[in-house]
Design a protein around this ligand. Sequence first.
Ligand SMILES: CC(=O)N[C@H]1[C@@H](OP(=O)(O)OP(=O)(O)OC[C@H]2O[C@@H](n3ccc(=O)[nH]c3=O)[C@H](O)[C@@H]2O)O[C@H](CO)[C@@H](O)[C@@H]1O
Ligand SMILES: C=C(OP(=O)(O)O)C(=O)O
Length: 421
Amino acid sequence: MVRYRVRGGNALRGTAFIQGAKNAVLPMIGAALLAPKGRTVLRNVPIIEDVRRAVELAEAVGAYVELHESERTLVIDASKVSSPVLPAEIARRFRGSVLFTPALLHRLGEAIVEGVGGCNLGSRNLDFHYLGYKRLGAIVDEGETVIHVKASGLTGSTLYLDTPSHTGTENLIMAAALAKGRTVIENAALEPEVLDVIDMLTKMGARISGGGTGFITVEGVDELRAVEHTVMPDRLDAGVFAMAAAITGGELSLVGTGLDLGVVRHKLEQMGAEFQPQGAVLHVRCDGPLRPINIITDTYPGFATDLQSPMMTVAALADGTSYIHERIFDGRFALAGELNKMGANVEVDGSRAIVRGRTPLTGTQVTAHDLRSGIALVLAGLAAEGETVIDSGYLIDRGHAHLAARMRALGADITREISEA
Ligand SMILES: CC(=O)N[C@H]1[C@@H](OP(=O)(O)OP(=O)(O)OC[C@H]2O[C@@H](n3ccc(=O)[nH]c3=O)[C@H](O)[C@@H]2O)O[C@H](CO)[C@@H](O)[C@@H]1O
Ligand SMILES: C=C(OP(=O)(O)O)C(=O)O
């Protein structure tokens, strides 16, 4: 069992190195399996538990994978992919397992999905993925736990997503990339990670246009090749470090090429944080009291739902009442109860939360219910009086690399412990 122990009160100062993006590297590992020969090289790979699970899953289907941790580099040879089964014991531990289906379909003519995991955030449907595969000519057999997708070659079609699903868009682009003819995906996701995946697929030889417009056109090609690609920086990891500076009255230089925090930066500025781009480095500081804020989560370029929990912690430390409306997931307020144990005053009503600040936070034993509520509790611990112990720390490790070491380097008093369950 992994547990984080945080003693609050230290301002974070120094240079924070932002990791590569979890939500870009996972589809890229899936994309690497589309190449029938050669070796794919991924750089700036975050050394997180989801990447370890993705490596295990790629190996389970027959790929040869080297994870060079200190070089943050993955080398993937997918020439011997031979098993269509995504085994439950690995696939159920992370969401990214869903991104292996298109490669197995193209390479082997079938994918047997024994489960898909990911954060527990309420309903997380996959109907757009399966309807899309069907429109491209696949047969989808949805059993109670196992889903069997079969196709002897896909054919391009027009696809429409009811809402712009992030992994749904990536999966349907990968499925269309090697289909016969043209596919149009309407209401496609606009997230920067999706665009980074499109960049990689384009280098591999895919013909994709319209990324970032909501209407993506894919002209199918016969084969994709192995390439080298550098994973974009993780805007969620960057957002968390910016918030850590804001709530501790600290000052950080965020290093991660091409960082754009978008609306998160604007919201933190409204709360009192100051940002200053210095070339490729983004400087953030905060030395006054925090002001309250209103947040409505939305697909990109709206406020990312994955930063909603960390922002709830920041709101609890602001002087006044903040309002949060969660519009992407129907069960993403598990943090409220844990924050209240620390002294916060958060009231949840359906998809809305009212955060009445500022209440002093006091360290106690709390539980991460998912990745982002976990990191939000780390933030709360940094600003709380006394010691905060966060259980189920594996969930934090799913998405943040070497968190304790990176925060300690900035002056935080935080340790990661492993104990028998
Ligand atoms: C590995 C990865 O990239 N994970 C991210 C991805 O998850 P993920 O791709 O799973 O999230 P989606 O964008 O697909 O889901 C968003 C919403 O759409 C609904 N939906 C989605 C697909 C579908 O077929 N049917 C359907 O109804 C879901 O139930 C959910 O309410 O985007 C989320 C929303 O930005 C982020 O929180 C996750 O960090
Ligand atoms: C919801 C998240 O991840 P996943 O989709 O991998 O569960 C997240 O990163 O906050």
